[in-house]
Design a binder for this molecule. Structure first.
Ligand SMILES: Nc1ncnc2c1ncn2[C@@H]1O[C@H](COP(=O)(O)OP(=O)(O)OP(=O)(O)O)[C@@H](O)[C@H]1O
Ligand SMILES: O=P(O)(O)OC[C@@]1(O)O[C@H](CO)[C@@H](O)[C@@H]1O
Length: 308
């Protein structure tokens, strides 16, 4: 079983409009609603690959109920979200059909009380220590009320339980989480630059390792992934730039890395899978889904270069 943690779950709403123009009124041509937040996207992709996955985090209010209902329909997925009084947030992605560009609006999320945080920690401890837990992914922003050092605490607890842990977040929670020495961290280019102060990916990736992460897998948009690990360094790139909605591409990369880790595959195969899955997510209309034909087509054509 792979455990994904989404402290700030969301009901993701995607609007498609013919062209997005500031100050103008728009007709929405398509609306989709999905359980979201990065860890839930990771979980859906893992489940679609046939891995058993448990989702932890918080859910509350009408939006939280909707999350529970939809998660109950997903095969291979166990809902272990901790109930909270506040309502789970909504996020809005507006896709411009003319350019393919996406504009993202994320609500802050509900206020988590000290008692709710303590209840989550109990559940997390139990899940990480359960026999058969193969890996943990800690994903996304923190809702108000959750301490800024939350991920550092969760990284240390996973390591104490002997479970490999991957961190995918930003800002101060990322800085503190990295210092707690996670097995893997997956920043995008902006997150990496903010963490290290360097806009040069290979220098920044090495710097992020010095700050504590055992392996750093930086996602660089259509250029693919740059991984610096204890076993070697690799660059993995898709054969072509895919046009579509990139929301959730990073989450699919995380799902690729974790599923291949759970299957004991070597780094080049993990990276190839992550790149192919994330390209296939750009080709799918909403986050947390991937286009299987694109995945299978791209998988054999990913270039992996390195010294491992
Ligand atoms: N246009 C594209 N064509 C092909 N692959 C892409 C494209 N954009 C992104 N990818 C793949 O998706 C991965 C993740 O993308 P990105 O670096 O934008 O991550 P991210 O910012 O964490 O994503 P998000 O927050 O939207 O989930 C990249 O490393 C790459 O493999
Ligand atoms: O506010 P966060 O937690 O950083 O990001 C949340 C979010 O925008 O990221 C996902 C795409 O990666 C969406 O499904 C989701 O709603």
């Amino acid at each position: 079983m792979i455990l994904t943690v989404t402290l700030n779950t969301a009901l993701d709403i995607t609007y498609r409009v013919p062209a997005l123009t500031p100050h103008a009124s728009h007709r929405v041509t398509e609306v989709t609603e999905r359980p979201g937040g990065k860890g839930l996207n990771v979980a859906r992709v893992l489940a679609a690959l046939g891995h058993d996955v448990t989702v932890a985090g918080f859910a509350g209010g009408d939006t939280g109920r909707s999350l529970h209902e939809r998660l109950a329909e997903a095969p291979h997925l166990t809902d272990a979200l901790t109930p909270v009084d506040g309502a789970t947030r909504r996020t809005l992605a507006v896709v411009d059909s003319a350019t393919g560009d996406t504009t993202q609006l994320n609500e802050p999320g509900p206020l988590i009380s000290p008692a709710e945080w303590a209840a989550f920690l109990d559940s997390y401890e139990e899940l990480t220590r359960r026999p058969g837990t193969a890996a943990v992914a800690l994903c996304g922003s923190l809702p108000p009320g959750v301490p800024v050092g939350a991920y550092a605490l969760l990284v240390r607890a996973a390591r104490a339980a002997g479970v490999p842990v991957l961190l995918d977040t930003s800002g101060e929670p990322l800085r503190r989480g990295v210092a707690a020495r996670p097995d893997m961290v997956k920043p995008n280019a902006d997150e990496l630059a903010e963490l290290t102060g360097s806009h040069e990916p290979s220098r920044a990736t090495r710097d992020a390792r010095r700050r504590g992460a055992h392996a750093v897998i930086a996602s660089l948009g259509a250029e693919g992934l740059l991984a610096v690990t204890p076993d070697g360094s690799w660059q993995a790139a898709p054969p072509v730039r895919v046009h579509g909605n990139p929301t959730g591409a990073g989450d699919s990369a995380v799902a690729g890395l974790l599923s291949a880790l759970a299957e004991d595959l070597p780094w080049p195969d993990r990276l190839a899978r992550a790149v192919a899955l994330s390209a296939a997510t750009v080709a799918a209309p909403v986050a947390g889904e991937f286009d299987r034909a694109t995945y299978e087509d791209v998988l054999g054509r990913v270039t992996v270069r390195g010294d491992g």
